[in-house]
Design a protein around this ligand. Structure first.
Ligand code: ZN
Length: 320
């Protein structure tokens, strides 16, 4: 929200004004910085450490102690700085910090030692308590062994642990890390895989308009999604008109329906329709069924099914 205030006057609505002052239309640093994302394995690490050491969650620890992206003053070569990785993605942060608070159940060195011993293929290196290890050997030290760490800036990482992950798609793996909280995260992931919202009432009149998280669209949470129907209408067949939008202001019939977005569904029949990538909105309205079984607009004589009708949206696991 803060960056909104820095847009040029009328920049978000008045295109003419924005183009008249091109210099001001250049995105500011904050907007540029918003494009980054973290390797997903690092989000899993934070999630599971907070699950495994609940006393160490913010606000007992500072949110800034759970750092991903570096501040402007940060070394541009740091893994906390977003980098482009050809073949994987752009503007990705591949390092996470977490507090070292044994008094709150979060011993950063133990966590990193667990990860070191697991030889997880996502690891690049870890640092804590004046020591570091890496998944590759360096002169005098084998891979996966601790070695002394004393950087020029003097930060030997006694207050926090640091984990860097590899710069390729393996780092998006969301399997739990072999340390505290692994079981908790695994359980939560199973729940998430079944995550759905609904049932959602389909109104008798007008359009039932549904805003949904963009299908396979979010940087941090890209998931496939399906629209489900399964209603008890006695012996009646019910008709629906279902259109979708990717948020660009245009609507299209949902795949699996006809060219006008119409579909007829029997009582107790489950219909599951995969939502196109990018879908951010759905519009559903009730239609009538004529004597030939066709889906038609309701009239005074031929009414839409008048009883209770619902749908539900199912979201799949995060796409890797
Ligand atoms: Zn760090």
């Amino acid at each position: 929200m803060a960056d909104r205030a820095s847009l040029p006057p009328g920049g978000s609505t008045g295109g003419g004004i924005a183009s008249a002052v091109p210099d001001e239309a250049v995105p500011n640093e904050q907007e540029v910085a918003m494009a980054w994302r973290a390797a997903r394995s690092l989000l899993v690490l934070h999630q599971q450490l907070q699950a495994g050491a609940p006393r160490a969650r913010p606000p007992a620890t500072g949110v800034d102690e759970w750092g991903l992206i570096g501040d402007a003053a940060h070394d541009p070569t740091s893994d906390h700085t977003p980098h482009d990785f050809p073949g994987w993605g752009r503007d990705i942060v591949t390092a996470a910090d977490f507090p070292n608070r044994p008094d709150l159940g979060l011993d950063a060195h133990r966590v990193l030692d667990d990860i070191r011993r697991s030889r997880d293929g996502r690891v690049k290196y870890g640092i804590s308590n004046g020591q570091m290890f890496s998944s590759y050997g360096v002169r005098g030290y084998d891979a996966w062994t601790w070695r002394p760490y004393s950087p020029k800036n003097g930060d030997k990482h006694f207050t926090h642990g640091h984990l860097s992950v590899v710069g390729d798609a393996r780092a998006d793996g969301t399997q739990p890390w072999q340390t505290i909280g692994a079981g908790v995260v695994a359980d939560e992931e199973e729940d998430e895989m079944g995550a759905s919202f609904g049932p959602i009432n389909i109104e008798l009149e007008g359009f039932t308009s549904l805003t949904i998280p963009p299908v396979n669209g979010g940087a941090a949470d890209p998931r496939p999604a399906w629209l489900n129907f399964c209603n008890d209408t006695g012996s009646q067949i019910y008709g629906l008109r279902i259109w979708y939008t990717r948020g660009d202001g245009s609507w299209s019939p949902l795949p699996f329906t006809d060219a006008n977005g119409l579909i007829a569904i029997r009582s107790g029949q489950r219909v599951t329709i995969g939502l196109p990538d990018g879908t951010g909105g759905l519009s559903i309205s009730r239609k009538a069924i004529d004597a030939d079984g066709r889906v038609v607009d309701p009239t005074d004589e031929l009414k839409a099914y008048g009883g209770h009708l619902t749908c539900a949206i199912e979201r799949g696991p995060v796409s890797r």
